[in-house]
Write a protein that binds this ligand. Structure first.
Ligand SMILES: Cc1cc2nc3c(=O)[nH]c(=O)nc-3n(C[C@H](O)[C@H](O)[C@H](O)COP(=O)(O)OP(=O)(O)OC[C@H]3O[C@@H](n4cnc5c(N)ncnc54)[C@H](O)[C@@H]3O)c2cc1C
Length: 367
Protein backbone atom coordinates (compact mmCIF):
# COMPACT_ATOMS: atom_id res chain seq x y z
CA UNK A 1 0.00 0.00 0.00
CA UNK A 2 1.28 3.44 -0.95
CA UNK A 3 2.74 5.63 1.80
CA UNK A 4 1.07 8.67 0.19
CA UNK A 5 -2.35 7.10 0.58
CA UNK A 6 -5.32 9.11 1.86
CA UNK A 7 -7.32 7.31 4.56
CA UNK A 8 -10.84 8.46 5.42
CA UNK A 9 -11.84 7.14 8.87
CA UNK A 10 -15.61 6.78 9.28
CA UNK A 11 -18.19 6.06 6.57
CA UNK A 12 -21.05 8.19 7.82
CA UNK A 13 -22.53 10.81 5.51
CA UNK A 14 -19.55 13.11 6.17
CA UNK A 15 -16.79 10.54 5.55
CA UNK A 16 -18.71 9.21 2.53
CA UNK A 17 -18.93 12.72 1.08
CA UNK A 18 -15.23 13.38 1.66
CA UNK A 19 -14.34 10.09 -0.04
CA UNK A 20 -16.73 10.76 -2.94
CA UNK A 21 -15.30 14.20 -3.71
CA UNK A 22 -11.76 12.84 -3.42
CA UNK A 23 -12.58 9.96 -5.77
CA UNK A 24 -14.22 12.28 -8.31
CA UNK A 25 -10.93 14.18 -8.44
CA UNK A 26 -8.97 11.00 -9.19
CA UNK A 27 -7.68 10.28 -5.69
CA UNK A 28 -8.18 6.70 -4.53
CA UNK A 29 -8.83 6.95 -0.78
CA UNK A 30 -9.05 4.05 1.63
CA UNK A 31 -12.32 4.33 3.58
CA UNK A 32 -12.30 2.55 6.96
CA UNK A 33 -15.41 1.98 9.06
CA UNK A 34 -15.72 -0.35 12.04
CA UNK A 35 -19.21 -1.41 10.92
CA UNK A 36 -20.47 -0.31 7.48
CA UNK A 37 -21.52 2.87 5.62
CA UNK A 38 -24.38 4.60 7.42
CA UNK A 39 -24.11 2.34 10.47
CA UNK A 40 -24.66 5.21 12.92
CA UNK A 41 -26.59 8.52 12.78
CA UNK A 42 -26.10 8.74 9.02
CA UNK A 43 -28.29 5.67 8.60
CA UNK A 44 -30.85 6.63 11.25
CA UNK A 45 -31.43 10.37 10.67
CA UNK A 46 -34.48 11.95 9.06
CA UNK A 47 -32.61 13.21 6.00
CA UNK A 48 -34.22 16.65 5.91
CA UNK A 49 -32.43 19.29 3.80
CA UNK A 50 -32.88 23.06 3.84
CA UNK A 51 -31.49 25.92 1.79
CA UNK A 52 -31.59 28.90 4.14
CA UNK A 53 -32.48 27.75 7.65
CA UNK A 54 -29.09 28.84 8.99
CA UNK A 55 -29.32 32.40 7.66
CA UNK A 56 -27.24 34.78 9.77
CA UNK A 57 -25.04 32.02 11.23
CA UNK A 58 -21.59 30.72 10.17
CA UNK A 59 -23.40 27.71 8.66
CA UNK A 60 -25.29 29.71 6.02
CA UNK A 61 -22.78 29.28 3.17
CA UNK A 62 -22.17 25.61 3.98
CA UNK A 63 -25.91 24.89 3.96
CA UNK A 64 -26.68 26.80 0.75
CA UNK A 65 -23.80 25.11 -1.10
CA UNK A 66 -24.84 21.70 0.22
CA UNK A 67 -28.48 22.17 -0.78
CA UNK A 68 -27.38 22.71 -4.39
CA UNK A 69 -24.90 19.82 -4.26
CA UNK A 70 -27.62 17.42 -3.03
CA UNK A 71 -29.62 18.17 -6.19
CA UNK A 72 -26.50 17.54 -8.31
CA UNK A 73 -25.79 14.26 -6.49
CA UNK A 74 -29.40 13.19 -7.08
CA UNK A 75 -29.00 13.93 -10.80
CA UNK A 76 -25.76 11.97 -10.92
CA UNK A 77 -26.54 8.97 -8.70
CA UNK A 78 -30.32 8.85 -9.24
CA UNK A 79 -32.99 10.59 -7.13
CA UNK A 80 -34.87 7.31 -6.56
CA UNK A 81 -31.69 5.54 -5.46
CA UNK A 82 -31.01 8.08 -2.68
CA UNK A 83 -34.64 8.95 -1.85
CA UNK A 84 -34.19 12.57 -2.92
CA UNK A 85 -37.20 14.77 -3.46
CA UNK A 86 -38.28 18.36 -2.88
CA UNK A 87 -40.81 18.80 -0.07
CA UNK A 88 -43.09 21.33 1.57
CA UNK A 89 -42.71 21.96 5.28
CA UNK A 90 -45.45 23.03 7.68
CA UNK A 91 -45.31 24.37 11.22
CA UNK A 92 -48.24 23.10 13.29
CA UNK A 93 -49.52 23.10 16.85
CA UNK A 94 -50.91 19.95 18.41
CA UNK A 95 -51.84 18.68 21.86
CA UNK A 96 -52.97 15.57 23.67
CA UNK A 97 -55.78 17.51 25.34
CA UNK A 98 -57.68 20.68 24.57
CA UNK A 99 -58.66 22.47 21.41
CA UNK A 100 -55.79 23.87 19.26
CA UNK A 101 -58.03 25.51 16.64
CA UNK A 102 -57.14 28.96 17.95
CA UNK A 103 -53.63 28.50 16.51
CA UNK A 104 -54.88 27.78 12.98
CA UNK A 105 -53.84 30.27 10.32
CA UNK A 106 -54.08 27.93 7.32
CA UNK A 107 -56.28 25.06 6.21
CA UNK A 108 -54.87 21.71 7.22
CA UNK A 109 -54.19 19.00 4.64
CA UNK A 110 -56.68 16.11 4.74
CA UNK A 111 -54.15 13.60 6.12
CA UNK A 112 -53.55 15.76 9.22
CA UNK A 113 -57.00 14.89 10.55
CA UNK A 114 -56.10 14.75 14.26
CA UNK A 115 -55.91 17.49 16.88
CA UNK A 116 -53.72 19.77 14.71
CA UNK A 117 -53.70 23.44 13.70
CA UNK A 118 -51.49 24.54 10.79
CA UNK A 119 -50.08 27.99 11.38
CA UNK A 120 -47.26 28.49 8.86
CA UNK A 121 -45.64 27.17 5.70
CA UNK A 122 -41.93 27.20 6.61
CA UNK A 123 -40.52 25.54 3.51
CA UNK A 124 -41.50 24.81 -0.06
CA UNK A 125 -40.04 22.92 -2.97
CA UNK A 126 -37.50 25.70 -3.61
CA UNK A 127 -36.13 25.74 -0.05
CA UNK A 128 -36.63 22.27 1.48
CA UNK A 129 -35.96 18.70 0.34
CA UNK A 130 -35.16 15.27 1.75
CA UNK A 131 -33.03 12.20 1.15
CA UNK A 132 -33.01 8.72 2.61
CA UNK A 133 -29.76 9.23 4.56
CA UNK A 134 -28.78 5.56 4.62
CA UNK A 135 -29.33 5.25 0.87
CA UNK A 136 -27.36 8.46 0.23
CA UNK A 137 -24.40 7.42 2.39
CA UNK A 138 -24.26 3.94 0.87
CA UNK A 139 -24.54 5.28 -2.69
CA UNK A 140 -21.72 7.79 -2.16
CA UNK A 141 -19.40 5.07 -0.87
CA UNK A 142 -20.37 2.65 -3.65
CA UNK A 143 -19.76 5.30 -6.29
CA UNK A 144 -16.43 6.27 -4.71
CA UNK A 145 -15.40 2.59 -4.76
CA UNK A 146 -16.45 2.44 -8.42
CA UNK A 147 -14.00 5.29 -9.04
CA UNK A 148 -11.06 3.60 -7.32
CA UNK A 149 -11.62 4.07 -3.58
CA UNK A 150 -11.39 1.03 -1.28
CA UNK A 151 -13.80 0.27 1.58
CA UNK A 152 -12.35 -1.67 4.50
CA UNK A 153 -14.21 -2.88 7.58
CA UNK A 154 -11.98 -2.35 10.60
CA UNK A 155 -11.49 -0.40 13.79
CA UNK A 156 -9.19 2.60 13.55
CA UNK A 157 -7.13 2.34 16.74
CA UNK A 158 -4.53 5.03 16.24
CA UNK A 159 -2.60 7.32 13.93
CA UNK A 160 1.17 6.94 13.47
CA UNK A 161 3.08 10.22 13.54
CA UNK A 162 6.63 11.01 12.52
CA UNK A 163 8.54 11.56 15.80
CA UNK A 164 10.48 14.48 14.30
CA UNK A 165 7.91 16.46 12.29
CA UNK A 166 4.72 15.20 13.92
CA UNK A 167 3.32 14.48 10.45
CA UNK A 168 0.99 11.55 9.70
CA UNK A 169 2.80 8.43 8.50
CA UNK A 170 0.08 5.85 8.89
CA UNK A 171 -3.13 4.65 10.45
CA UNK A 172 -3.49 1.64 12.74
CA UNK A 173 -6.46 -0.52 11.72
CA UNK A 174 -7.24 -3.65 13.75
CA UNK A 175 -3.75 -3.53 15.22
CA UNK A 176 -2.06 -3.35 11.82
CA UNK A 177 -0.09 -0.30 10.60
CA UNK A 178 -1.34 1.04 7.26
CA UNK A 179 0.99 3.61 5.63
CA UNK A 180 -0.67 6.94 4.85
CA UNK A 181 0.29 10.58 4.31
CA UNK A 182 -3.20 11.97 4.90
CA UNK A 183 -5.85 10.91 7.42
CA UNK A 184 -9.33 12.44 7.50
CA UNK A 185 -11.11 11.75 10.80
CA UNK A 186 -14.87 11.68 10.12
CA UNK A 187 -15.83 9.65 13.17
CA UNK A 188 -18.94 11.59 14.22
CA UNK A 189 -19.42 11.40 18.01
CA UNK A 190 -16.54 8.87 18.21
CA UNK A 191 -14.11 11.69 17.35
CA UNK A 192 -13.54 11.92 21.11
CA UNK A 193 -11.66 8.60 20.84
CA UNK A 194 -9.15 10.29 18.51
CA UNK A 195 -8.15 12.60 21.39
CA UNK A 196 -6.02 9.64 22.51
CA UNK A 197 -3.98 10.03 19.31
CA UNK A 198 -3.64 13.84 18.98
CA UNK A 199 -4.86 17.08 20.57
CA UNK A 200 -8.36 17.92 19.28
CA UNK A 201 -11.37 19.98 20.36
CA UNK A 202 -13.97 18.07 22.37
CA UNK A 203 -16.85 16.43 20.43
CA UNK A 204 -19.96 15.27 22.31
CA UNK A 205 -22.84 12.99 21.33
CA UNK A 206 -26.48 13.91 21.87
CA UNK A 207 -28.82 10.93 21.58
CA UNK A 208 -32.22 11.00 19.89
CA UNK A 209 -34.89 8.39 19.13
CA UNK A 210 -36.81 7.78 15.92
CA UNK A 211 -39.44 5.49 14.53
CA UNK A 212 -40.44 4.63 10.94
CA UNK A 213 -44.13 3.97 10.21
CA UNK A 214 -45.64 2.24 7.18
CA UNK A 215 -47.97 4.97 5.89
CA UNK A 216 -48.30 6.51 2.45
CA UNK A 217 -49.11 10.19 3.01
CA UNK A 218 -48.34 13.35 0.96
CA UNK A 219 -44.80 14.77 0.92
CA UNK A 220 -45.37 17.46 3.54
CA UNK A 221 -42.85 17.58 6.38
CA UNK A 222 -44.45 18.58 9.68
CA UNK A 223 -42.71 20.42 12.52
CA UNK A 224 -45.08 20.28 15.46
CA UNK A 225 -45.14 22.18 18.72
CA UNK A 226 -46.78 19.44 20.74
CA UNK A 227 -48.23 19.82 24.23
CA UNK A 228 -48.37 16.52 26.09
CA UNK A 229 -51.16 15.55 28.46
CA UNK A 230 -48.85 16.20 31.43
CA UNK A 231 -48.03 19.74 30.25
CA UNK A 232 -44.66 19.26 28.53
CA UNK A 233 -44.00 21.53 25.54
CA UNK A 234 -42.19 19.32 23.03
CA UNK A 235 -41.23 19.29 19.36
CA UNK A 236 -42.26 16.44 17.09
CA UNK A 237 -40.97 16.10 13.53
CA UNK A 238 -42.84 14.03 10.93
CA UNK A 239 -41.16 13.24 7.60
CA UNK A 240 -43.20 11.40 4.94
CA UNK A 241 -40.87 9.58 2.54
CA UNK A 242 -41.33 8.67 -1.11
CA UNK A 243 -41.20 4.92 -0.32
CA UNK A 244 -44.54 4.86 1.55
CA UNK A 245 -43.05 5.26 5.02
CA UNK A 246 -43.04 8.12 7.52
CA UNK A 247 -40.03 8.89 9.76
CA UNK A 248 -40.81 10.48 13.15
CA UNK A 249 -38.37 11.94 15.68
CA UNK A 250 -38.45 14.38 18.58
CA UNK A 251 -37.48 12.57 21.78
CA UNK A 252 -34.09 12.95 23.46
CA UNK A 253 -32.53 10.00 25.24
CA UNK A 254 -29.71 9.92 27.76
CA UNK A 255 -27.14 7.15 27.66
CA UNK A 256 -23.39 6.93 27.25
CA UNK A 257 -21.99 6.32 23.76
CA UNK A 258 -21.02 2.66 23.19
CA UNK A 259 -17.82 2.01 21.22
CA UNK A 260 -19.67 0.17 18.47
CA UNK A 261 -22.62 1.78 16.63
CA UNK A 262 -24.28 -1.64 16.51
CA UNK A 263 -24.34 -1.50 20.33
CA UNK A 264 -26.85 1.38 20.31
CA UNK A 265 -30.11 -0.40 21.17
CA UNK A 266 -33.34 1.48 20.41
CA UNK A 267 -35.49 2.04 23.49
CA UNK A 268 -38.93 0.51 22.85
CA UNK A 269 -40.77 3.01 25.04
CA UNK A 270 -39.33 5.96 23.08
CA UNK A 271 -40.51 4.54 19.76
CA UNK A 272 -43.95 3.76 21.16
CA UNK A 273 -44.28 7.30 22.50
CA UNK A 274 -43.22 8.83 19.16
CA UNK A 275 -45.81 6.64 17.43
CA UNK A 276 -48.48 7.71 19.92
CA UNK A 277 -47.68 11.42 19.47
CA UNK A 278 -47.66 11.09 15.66
CA UNK A 279 -51.05 9.40 15.94
CA UNK A 280 -52.48 12.49 17.66
CA UNK A 281 -51.75 14.33 14.39
CA UNK A 282 -53.16 11.82 11.92
CA UNK A 283 -55.25 8.66 11.98
CA UNK A 284 -53.13 7.34 9.06
CA UNK A 285 -50.12 7.49 11.41
CA UNK A 286 -52.05 6.25 14.44
CA UNK A 287 -53.09 3.11 12.54
CA UNK A 288 -49.71 2.55 10.88
CA UNK A 289 -47.39 -0.32 11.73
CA UNK A 290 -43.92 0.45 13.11
CA UNK A 291 -41.38 -0.88 10.59
CA UNK A 292 -38.18 0.38 12.23
CA UNK A 293 -36.99 1.88 15.51
CA UNK A 294 -33.75 3.81 15.88
CA UNK A 295 -31.50 5.68 18.26
CA UNK A 296 -28.42 7.61 17.27
CA UNK A 297 -26.05 10.36 18.42
CA UNK A 298 -25.68 13.82 16.88
CA UNK A 299 -22.00 14.88 17.03
CA UNK A 300 -21.70 18.29 18.73
CA UNK A 301 -19.13 20.92 19.65
CA UNK A 302 -19.54 23.39 22.52
CA UNK A 303 -20.28 26.23 20.05
CA UNK A 304 -22.58 24.18 17.79
CA UNK A 305 -20.38 24.77 14.71
CA UNK A 306 -18.74 21.82 12.88
CA UNK A 307 -15.01 21.13 12.86
CA UNK A 308 -13.72 21.09 9.28
CA UNK A 309 -10.04 21.51 8.52
CA UNK A 310 -6.44 20.61 9.22
CA UNK A 311 -5.43 19.54 12.72
CA UNK A 312 -2.96 22.14 14.04
CA UNK A 313 0.60 20.82 14.43
CA UNK A 314 -0.21 17.45 12.81
CA UNK A 315 0.63 17.78 9.08
CA UNK A 316 -1.57 15.44 7.04
CA UNK A 317 -4.40 15.16 9.60
CA UNK A 318 -7.85 16.65 8.95
CA UNK A 319 -11.10 16.67 10.91
CA UNK A 320 -14.61 16.64 9.38
CA UNK A 321 -17.18 16.25 12.13
CA UNK A 322 -19.63 17.72 14.65
CA UNK A 323 -22.41 18.73 12.26
CA UNK A 324 -25.02 18.40 15.03
CA UNK A 325 -28.55 18.29 13.55
CA UNK A 326 -27.43 19.13 10.02
CA UNK A 327 -24.88 16.45 9.18
CA UNK A 328 -26.84 14.92 6.32
CA UNK A 329 -27.74 18.29 4.88
CA UNK A 330 -24.25 19.78 5.18
CA UNK A 331 -22.19 16.70 4.27
CA UNK A 332 -21.70 17.46 0.53
CA UNK A 333 -20.15 20.93 0.85
CA UNK A 334 -18.05 19.61 3.75
CA UNK A 335 -16.79 16.76 1.57
CA UNK A 336 -15.94 19.12 -1.26
CA UNK A 337 -14.07 21.49 1.10
CA UNK A 338 -12.00 18.71 2.64
CA UNK A 339 -11.15 17.26 -0.79
CA UNK A 340 -9.89 20.72 -1.81
CA UNK A 341 -7.87 21.07 1.40
CA UNK A 342 -6.23 17.70 0.81
CA UNK A 343 -5.64 17.99 -2.95
CA UNK A 344 -5.22 21.77 -3.44
CA UNK A 345 -3.87 22.84 -0.06
CA UNK A 346 -6.92 24.99 0.85
CA UNK A 347 -10.69 25.13 0.51
CA UNK A 348 -11.51 27.04 -2.68
CA UNK A 349 -15.29 26.67 -2.72
CA UNK A 350 -16.08 28.10 0.74
CA UNK A 351 -14.36 30.09 3.47
CA UNK A 352 -13.13 27.51 5.95
CA UNK A 353 -12.31 30.00 8.72
CA UNK A 354 -15.59 29.58 10.72
CA UNK A 355 -14.92 25.84 11.01
CA UNK A 356 -11.22 26.00 12.00
CA UNK A 357 -10.29 23.75 14.91
CA UNK A 358 -8.14 26.48 16.49
CA UNK A 359 -11.23 28.45 17.60
CA UNK A 360 -11.84 25.93 20.41
CA UNK A 361 -9.66 24.64 23.24
CA UNK A 362 -7.76 21.53 22.16
CA UNK A 363 -6.88 18.64 24.42
CA UNK A 364 -5.34 15.20 24.32
CA UNK A 365 -6.37 12.28 26.53
CA UNK A 366 -3.33 10.67 28.16
CA UNK A 367 -3.19 6.88 27.64
C1 LIG B 1 -32.78 11.63 15.51
C2 LIG B 1 -31.87 12.38 14.56
C3 LIG B 1 -32.39 12.93 13.39
C4 LIG B 1 -31.55 13.66 12.52
N1 LIG B 1 -32.08 14.21 11.38
C5 LIG B 1 -31.28 14.93 10.54
C6 LIG B 1 -31.81 15.54 9.37
O1 LIG B 1 -33.01 15.44 9.10
N2 LIG B 1 -30.98 16.26 8.57
C7 LIG B 1 -29.66 16.40 8.86
O2 LIG B 1 -28.96 17.08 8.10
N3 LIG B 1 -29.10 15.81 9.95
C8 LIG B 1 -29.89 15.10 10.80
N4 LIG B 1 -29.36 14.53 11.93
C9 LIG B 1 -27.93 14.72 12.22
C10 LIG B 1 -27.08 13.73 11.41
O3 LIG B 1 -27.61 12.42 11.57
C11 LIG B 1 -25.62 13.75 11.85
O4 LIG B 1 -25.13 15.08 11.96
C12 LIG B 1 -24.76 12.99 10.84
O5 LIG B 1 -25.30 11.72 10.56
C13 LIG B 1 -23.32 12.84 11.33
O6 LIG B 1 -22.63 12.14 10.32
P1 LIG B 1 -21.11 11.72 10.52
O7 LIG B 1 -20.66 11.11 9.25
O8 LIG B 1 -20.34 12.90 11.04
O9 LIG B 1 -21.13 10.68 11.74
P2 LIG B 1 -21.78 9.22 11.89
O10 LIG B 1 -22.96 9.02 11.04
O11 LIG B 1 -21.92 9.03 13.37
O12 LIG B 1 -20.64 8.25 11.34
C14 LIG B 1 -19.46 7.98 12.05
C15 LIG B 1 -18.91 6.65 11.55
O13 LIG B 1 -17.66 6.41 12.17
C16 LIG B 1 -17.54 5.03 12.41
N5 LIG B 1 -16.56 4.81 13.46
C17 LIG B 1 -16.61 5.23 14.74
N6 LIG B 1 -15.48 4.89 15.39
C18 LIG B 1 -14.71 4.23 14.51
C19 LIG B 1 -13.41 3.65 14.58
N7 LIG B 1 -12.66 3.69 15.69
N8 LIG B 1 -12.91 3.06 13.47
C20 LIG B 1 -13.63 3.02 12.32
N9 LIG B 1 -14.86 3.57 12.20
C21 LIG B 1 -15.38 4.17 13.28
C22 LIG B 1 -18.93 4.57 12.79
O14 LIG B 1 -19.11 3.18 12.55
C23 LIG B 1 -19.81 5.46 11.89
O15 LIG B 1 -20.20 4.78 10.69
C24 LIG B 1 -30.17 13.81 12.82
C25 LIG B 1 -29.65 13.23 13.98
C26 LIG B 1 -30.49 12.52 14.87
C27 LIG B 1 -29.90 11.94 16.11
Amino acid sequence: MSADRIVVCGAGAVGASVAWFLARRGAEPLIVDRARPGAAASGKAAGFLALDWCLGTPLDGLMRASFGLHAEIADELGADRIGYRRTDALMVASADDGDVDGYARLDRPAWLDGNVAVHQVIGDRTTTAQVNPHALTTALVEDAVGRGATLRTGVVEGVDLDPGTGAVTGVIVDGEATPAAVVVLALGPWTSQAQRWMALPQVFGSRGASVVLAADVPGQVVFSEFLTGDGQRTQLEIYPRADGTVYVNGLSEHDSLPEDPDGIAPITASGDELHRRAGVHSTALRDAEIVARGSCYRPLTVDGIPLIGPVPDVPGAYLATAHASWGICNAPATGRMVAEMVLDGASRSLDAAPFALSRLPMGRIAV
